[in-house]
Ligand binder design. Structure first.
Ligand SMILES: *Cc1c(COP(=O)(O)O)cnc(C)c1O
Length: 406
């Protein structure tokens, strides 16, 4: 028998749902006053990142033993109101390490929203556990807290709420359920650096929170992630597992299967420079979102992202929904924006529609997530976006709407 090098990709998907899937990516043409593509998201980097990275190179500390890592962990944890931070290689490995640290494994169930990025479900799968899916509530796209309890079984071990596009999930109700059923709460805060929920910072509310520092996140280290927690035991265990679970008593001696999820000093250097502008980057996102909202709010057929009393939405992405009453579909709007060099991205395709997951959920309904998948679009959302660019994008959308009406 011939050996095979590659895993066979799943070919099947729920065909009766194929109308929900977005059209292929449109071609971007920089036909606008700026003569360039306006990207959906780009990092803000300047001299301070350059200087700090150079320090690493000049000192020779480029690996994971440099002193910038500890400093980045302390300062980032403090920024999000947590006692401890553990820097890792990505938001995905942060989720995996968190779940693994909490002892989640074979036979366990973890409740997640179906409307999320694939990493949330995959991290559960890496542990051998089963992702149990819950639909979203339509206003924020976050996990519908009214639909969690019916999914809890004797196998359930944890809930992972996602603070979707920067708007915190309803943590009070999630924490109450976790208490009632003795479950862990892991906040997937990959999109919510700087967000707040009823006076508490995102990153310090659940047992553990995980962040991503991928280039399009609110602050970046290129690739990277962090676990934050107030629990010293979780901190100690996760730190050890991040680094192959080396034992204290003797080197090269391992009593647990650990990982190499270590962040490098180079990444931490970029992270420290980004932390200096943290408040500014967050504020810019909120300002940009409010400007978009003021310019788009009277256009029929668009549903704009909400702000909620007592909750700080940091608008990682400015996500709008294009309803039938807009006159053309989300994909058609997207195509026309692309012709003006305006890059957009469609919302998540829910986990229950993914070729790798759908078969486990065929008997369940997730109508809200499906509507979000069909109608959702995020507009350029970088912290570095210029006001003129936002005016141009809003005017372009208004022009398209007018053309549809006539
Ligand atoms: C970006 C993201 C992740 C994954 O982060 P990476 O750093 O890309 O691994 C996980 N969850 C959510 C909700 C995200 O948006």
């Amino acid at each position: 028998m011939a050996k095979s090098l590659i895993r066979k990709p799943e070919k099947d998907f729920p065909r009766h749902k194929s109308h929900l899937l977005p059209s292929p990516e449109p071609v971007l043409i920089p036909d606008n006053p700026f003569h360039k593509i306006i990207p959906v998201c780009a990092p803000v980097l300047d001299e301070s990142e350059k200087r700090k990275v150079l320090e690493c190179i000049e000192s020779g500390w480029i690996s994971s033993l440099g002193e910038k890592i500890g400093e980045f962990e302390r300062k980032f944890a403090e920024k999000v109101g947590a006692k401890y931070g553990i820097a890792v290689t990505s938001g995905t490995t942060a989720l995996h390490l968190a779940l693994y640290t909490l002892g989640i494994g074979e036979g366990d169930e973890v409740i997640i929203p179906t409307f999320t990025m694939i990493a949330t479900a995959n991290a559960v799968r890496y542990c051998g556990a089963k992702p149990v899916l819950v639909d979203s509530e339509p206003r924020t796209g976050n996990i519908d807290v009214e639909k969690i309890e019916e999914k809890i079984t004797s196998q359930t071990r944890a809930i992972i709420p996602i603070h979707t596009y920067g708007h915190p999930a309803e943590m009070d109700k999630i924490l109450a359920l976790a208490k009632k059923y003795d479950l862990w709460v892991i906040e997937d805060a990959a999109e919510a650096h700087g967000a707040e929920y009823k006076g508490r910072k995102i990153g310090s509310i659940g047992d553990v929170a995980t962040f991503s520092f991928y280039a399009n996140k609110i602050i970046t280290t290129g690739e990277g992630g962090m676990i934050t927690t107030n629990n010293s035991e979780i901190y100690e265990i996760a730190r050890n597992l991040r680094d192959h679970a080396f034992s204290q008593e003797r080197h090269f001696w391992h009593k647990l299967v650990g990982f190499n999820y270590r962040m490098t000093n180079l990444q931490a250097a970029i992270g420290l420079a980004q932390l200096e502008k943290f408040d500014e980057l967050v504020e810019k996102r909120i300002e940009n979102a409010r400007l978009y909202t003021s310019l788009l709010k009277d256009i029929e057929g668009l549903v704009l992202p909400p702000e909620t009393e007592g909750i700080k939405n940091v608008f990682w992405m400015y996500g709008i929904r294009v309803k039938d009453s807009f006159g053309i579909s989300r994909d058609e709007l997207r195509e026309r924006l692309a012709r003006k060099g305006i890059e957009t991205r469609t919302f998540f395709i829910p986990i229950h529609l993914q070729p790798i997951y759908w078969k486990d959920y065929v008997n369940e309904d997730f109508p809200v997530s499906e509507a979000l998948c069909k109608e959702g679009l995020y507009l350029p959302s970088s912290s570095g976006l210029k006001k003129e660019e936002i005016y141009f994008i809003a005017e372009t959308i208004r022009g398209i709407k007018k053309g549809v009406g006539s």
